[in-house]
Write a protein that binds this ligand. Sequence first.
Ligand code: ADP
Length: 583
Amino acid sequence: MAHSLFVRFFALCTAIAALSIAVTAWLASQATTGSISQEQGEALATDATLYDQLLGYAADHRDWSGVADTARALAAGSGRRIALTTRDGVPLVDTGGPDAPPLPVRPKAIVDPLNVDQVLKPDAPADAVDPRAVGPFRLTPDEAERLRHLADAIADCTGVGVVLEPGGRPVLSPPIDPGPKYAVDCPAHSAKVLTAPTETEQAASRELRSLLLDCLNRVRPDARVDPRWTEPAVLRWWLRPPPPGTAPEVAGCLSGARRAQLAPHVAPPALLFLTAPTGVERPGVDLSSAGATRVALTGFAVLALAGFASWLVASRLVRPIRAVTAAARRMGAGDRFARVTGPARGEVGDLAGAFNAMSDRLAEAERQRQALVSDVAHELRTPLATVTGWLEAVQDGVATIDPQLLAILLSESHVLRTLVDDLHDLAQADAGALRLHPEPLDAAEVVEQVVAAHHADGVPLVARTSGRLELTADPVRLRQAVRNLVTNALRYTPPGGTVTVSGKREGSDVVIEVADTGTGIAPDDLPHVFDRFWRADKSRSRATGGSGLGLAITKYLVEAHGGTVEVTSTVGKGSTFRLRLPA
Ligand code: ADP
């Protein structure tokens, strides 16, 4: 099975197809995954930007009443429909027109500056309070103006930068040590003055501090107020989340206090609904140039792999076929012993086997042809030599033509004619030109006729038949077959013996037996008696006029009638030839 050409072709094609499909699928999934994740990443980034912008608005406004312009600007920039509702579902703003895509059922996020979504804004502070929500810590314009002048002067003097915090407070960047150096170098503009809380900040810090202490008293009534809870310290904490190591309840109270303090100053939490991008061109599965190169390289690799596998398999498949072709060529060139060697299996192995069998048959036929020619030459030589010898003797005056010599010459020419007739019959049989003319006849009559036509001195020839033996056969050829058997029987039965020809019916067959009490045939010779030119005793049978072709012709004629011929024999006791013909 594994060596079947069909199976190997099938397996190869399937393997190549599977490989191609697998690689194509892999490439497609790679490209699609990349493109989808890119798209998703872009969508997520847009979501985060929108969320951040709205969060900034909420941190800076006490309510949502003026958000419409901001929302519309964001919607136009992102190609999204943006809607905000209160927690109870009351619409605050919706940028969608009449044919805008429907909003999703679930909100994208809750916009609450005191509770920032860590997913959409991963850089949010640990306490989730948006740093832009400053509430009562926002400096008055006068304070902001004053501090900015101060900061600019320090920046001029020291060369550091100035950054504005959300509440309007300027800070030095990088921060500098507000030590004596600057107090000396820039006496009027000490950095310490810059970092000192303003009145607004002090008021806000006091408020925050009392909220914090209220909370701490509630949570831990026994706890003494930490002396570090001074206003600037609280202010420092306010500006940054509590330092690591702060007791959890303190941290909890601080963030609670901050939320309580900021809540009236920021917009209440709102549900944000976003549609998928519209209006913006949706990128299809786009193969970047790197992707295209990868596809091309992979395709080339698959092609090379498939080509190599095909070449390997094809050359393995073709090798035995080439061997058969080479053997056929050798045979065509005259090498009668050309054979396919090598361990070919499967269909090609069958082909090689059939070729070798054909080659054997041709060699055998050739051998038979040569043997036949040599046999025929041999058979013709003896009678011709006899005739030529006598005629030369007469010509030389050594012998005279008398009736005795004439009889000898006649007998030899008779042998020659028999031989030629038999050869002609066999040649016709071999060419398929020996035509039968079957007709209904009585086999018993054929037996009687043949027996009546033969006669031998001292050997009684008996016909033994019972009633009519109807069958369809060619009467001339059937007589010829029986005659050959009877001639042989008389020839090989010495005087004193008998030859019996009997005809009988066996089932639907007609059986004609020619039995003699003659010399018999040795068991080793029995398989050869029907071969052409085969004789048990060459000189004797030739002397008695046998061509060595009689039994071969008989066998052919009987088989042409659809019958069989067989022989049983015992040396010294006699032989029985038995023809069986279908009625
Ligand atoms: P032939 O013309 O020599 O008889 P056949 O083909 O008729 O040729 O017979 C082949 C050989 O078979 C004979 O030479 C003979 O040796 C043997 N043979 C045939 N018939 C008999 C028989 N009835 N008894 C003994 N030998 C026989």
